[in-house]
Design a protein. Structure first.
Lengths: 424, 132
């Protein structure tokens, strides 16, 4: 197995000889997904071949080996969020975890409670689960966020009613990287006897999470956001005080009846290892990423004016920078930086022409939202890649501003809002 | 995802810029909206013979929008106003092989040409205004 020798970080060594150019294209989209850490792949491999047993087979060695792998992984996941291993349920990913948490709680407690609270900046799978429950007759409150992307705790407090079953607020936003005040939210929920679910797909392994200290009752985890494999996730479900759920997937009663189906042993093992690595390296990694992200942001803002950071500058993970480059359209900009794999806040790339609903929720104007890029850095990003990205991004913005009628107007002191635009 | 012609016009845009305020025979079209993610400014300069002798553009938008307006400046050059007015968005879209979601970029380019011609005619009060 050659993979066993690749403990080295994959991108660092792969530079073009003789040139100060990193391997292209450069991946700067770590919030979309992360590469599987080679150390994760290494521990997964035996479970595809020699340890292929069904972890639910109780009668022979193959089953026991697979089960041991799965249970070790469960403990590794629990340890990262300071939970008990019995409180971890494997799922196919954070989308399923979020669906199970919200629909599961809503359905189980529907005789007594029919109200759900969430925020307008949640991931689509949370918003869409809530929309679905509204169709079933549940009431949903969508909390606004402040200009910095964070919720107002007083607004949350006032939204809770005796009918509220669950509050679902994401830990870290996938587009703008801001960290919600989890401990404060948890305290409010506990005081009001309301379950607190958090979609922590972007948070686990990046910020310290303690489900007890933060009074979190349900927490969603994704494998592929934390250098683990795609197709696996987990849901933490508190046992004391006990949270009950109605299952979405019925069958053999695996995962305490919450989620039937044979567990994908290699993926479970991979998620466990990804969590174990994160637990060991999270602190040092955060420091390194903060340095890189500061370098990236400073590099851009030193050379460009009218550049705006979206989302709170302090309460954010270091791996995310969401930036508006005024007067330059995001998709046009992405075309100019083909060697940089980033994501655009302008949704012109997709079928809908609406810009990001998250940026809009922050009060970012539509025209400004069209100029936004999400730059995501992570475990394998190098300083050399950051420097290359800064140089090329700055060049592209300068070139496109020279071609932009809006930039020209802004330079001439014309307020673009004073013009009667024909919206099409 | 982008055709070669779009990439070519995006990377080597033709006729970027604008004409000075004092220059005679200039018509300016400004179409689109910042909130929709694309704005085009297209200018024509009409010579004594009534033909468009030069054109310029500036565009805020995606690669297809930039390419559509760049191409439009090439196509209007040497044409009379009446000839330039007959340029259809479908021709621009076809030439650049724009996918369906980008057809609006070519529509905007056609609008920009028409707006520039209209502006020129209004400014000069030229005889062919009657033709409208």
């Amino acid at each position: 197995m050659t993979i066993a020798n690749q403990n080295q970080k994959p991108t660092a060594a792969q530079t073009i000889p003789g040139a100060n150019v990193p391997k292209l294209p450069i991946y700067l989209d770590y919030q979309a997904t992360t590469p599987c850490d080679p150390r994760v792949v290494e521990v997964m491999l035996p479970y595809f071949t020699e340890k292929f047993g069904n972890p639910h087979s109780r009668n022979h060695q193959y089953g026991w080996d697979a089960e041991a792998g799965v249970e070790k992984a469960r403990a590794q996941i629990a340890s990262l969020i300071k939970a008990d291993e019995k409180e971890i349920i494997f799922t196919s990913g954070a989308t399923e975890s979020n669906n199970l948490a919200i629909k599961g709680v809503a359905h189980f407690y529907k005789e007594k409670k029919n109200h759900i609270i969430t925020t307008v900046t949640e991931h689509k799978c949370v918003l869409d689960s809530c929309r679905h429950l509204e169709l079933e007759g549940f009431e949903v409150t969508y909390l606004p966020v402040q200009q910095n992307g964070l919720i107002d705790l007083d607004v949350l407090r006032k939204a809770i009613t005796p009918k509220t079953a669950i509050v679902s607020i994401m830990a870290v936003n996938n587009e703008i990287g801001v960290i919600q005040p989890l401990a404060e939210i948890g305290k409010i929920c506990r005081e009001n006897h309301v379950f607190f679910h958090t979609d922590a797909a972007q948070a686990v392994g990046k910020i310290a999470i303690d489900v007890d200290a933060m009074n979190i009752d349900l927490l969603s985890i994704s494998g592929h956001k934390i250098y683990g494999p795609k197709g696996i996730g987990a849901l933490y479900v508190r046992r004391k005080p006990r949270v009950r759920l109605e299952a979405l997937i019925h069958g053999g009663g695996q995962e305490r009846g919450f989620r039937s189906g044979t567990l994908p042993t290699p993926l479970c093992v991979g998620l466990g290892e990804a969590c174990a690595i994160a637990e060991r390296e999270m602190g040092a990694e955060a420091v390194r990423l903060k340095k890189l992200s500061d370098r990236l942001y400073k590099g851009i803002t030193d050379k460009l004016e009218e550049v705006y950071l979206n989302g709170d500058a302090e309460h954010r993970i270091p791996g995310n920078l969401n930036i508006s480059f005024a007067h330059v359209e995001g998709e046009g900009l992405m075309m100019g930086i083909k060697d940089l794999c980033v994501s655009s806040g302008s949704a012109c790339t997709s079928a809908s022409l609406e810009p990001s609903y998250v940026l809009r929720a922050l009060g970012v104007e539509v025209e400004m939202a069209h100029t936004s890029l999400r730059l995501g850095i992570g475990r394998f990003t190098t300083e050399q890649e950051v420097d290359y990205a800064v140089e090329h991004l700055v060049q592209a913005v300068l070139r496109l501003r020279e071609m932009s009628p809006l930039w020209e107007m802004a330079q001439a002191g014309i307020d673009i809002k004073s013009i009667q635009w024909a919206e099409h | 995802m982008y055709s070669e012609k779009v990439v070519d016009h995006y990377e080597n845009p033709r006729n970027v810029g604008g004409f000075g305020k004092e220059e005679a025979g200039v018509g300016t079209g400004l179409v689109g909206a910042p909130a929709c993610g694309d704005v085009m400014k297209l200018q024509i300069k009409v010579g004594a013979d009534g033909r468009i002798e030069d054109a310029r553009f500036k565009t805020f938008g995606c690669g297809s929008a930039i390419a559509s307006s760049s191409l439009a400046t090439e196509w209007v050059k040497g044409k009379t106003l009446d000839e330039a007015e007959t340029i259809k968005n479908t021709e621009i879209a076809q030439f650049l092989s724009l996918p369906p979601v980008k057809i609006h970029c070519s529509v905007l380019a056609e609008d920009a040409i028409k707006a520039a011609i209209k502006d020129y005619r209004e400014k000069t009060g030229s005889a062919d205004k009657a033709a409208e």
